[in-house]
Design a protein around this ligand. Sequence first.
Ligand code: COA
Length: 185
Amino acid sequence: MDIRWPLSDGRVTIRPFCVGDAEALLEYRRLPECQEYTSHTVATIDEARALLSERVARPEVIMGALMIDGQVVGDIGGRRYRPETLGPDPHGWDFYLGYTVRPDRWGQGIASSAVALLTPALHHQAGIRRVVAKVFARNAASVRVLLKNGFQLEGTERAAVLGRDGTWLDDCTLAHLDPRLAVTD
Ligand SMILES: CC(C)(COP(=O)(O)OP(=O)(O)OC[C@H]1O[C@@H](n2cnc3c(N)ncnc32)[C@H](O)[C@@H]1OP(=O)(O)O)[C@@H](O)C(=O)NCCC(=O)NCCS
């Protein structure tokens, strides 16, 4: 996708992952705190390599490494897809966004910075109309990160997904629209 890497605010830098980052990814993605609300989990170095190889090879996918002082502290990315249409060819793309930060760096504003960096680049460089995040209502930190960055809650599917702990989770959809997008009722 057409993003001019790296993106940086002077503290957090986002650059594309490469397969050589597999160990750094595994170090935090294998932790239970990072797996509670995600469906794609990695438990071994082979799985981490396979995940990165697969994502790096797909042009519609972004897998960005969050870097601070040369260390991988998390990831942000997702995949673009064509908007739904009732007939005409839709111009542009929509994008599913996701991110994870190493638990020992939680609460330092890293996810907030990453979303603040990537969202405008998706709209203005990669032609994304809607940046969409699916977040479980119980994941309050993630909902907060998105609301702080101008995403709006569009709806909540109640008791929609069975969680790892066996409870049913409410699934929220939040989205950020390209400010240039003309929306009609
Ligand atoms: C969600 C996650 C990415 C947040 O990363 P982070 O770098 O700690 O986030 P930030 O520090 O930028 O912001 C967290 C915000 O949530 C708030 N927060 C944290 N825990 C909270 C809670 N239990 N209830 C309400 N707000 C909470 C913080 O106060 C902060 O808001 P503030 O800046 O207004 O004070 C991180 O917890 C994570 O990786 N979780 C596991 C993976 C995951 O759930 N990813 C999202 C899938 S959609």
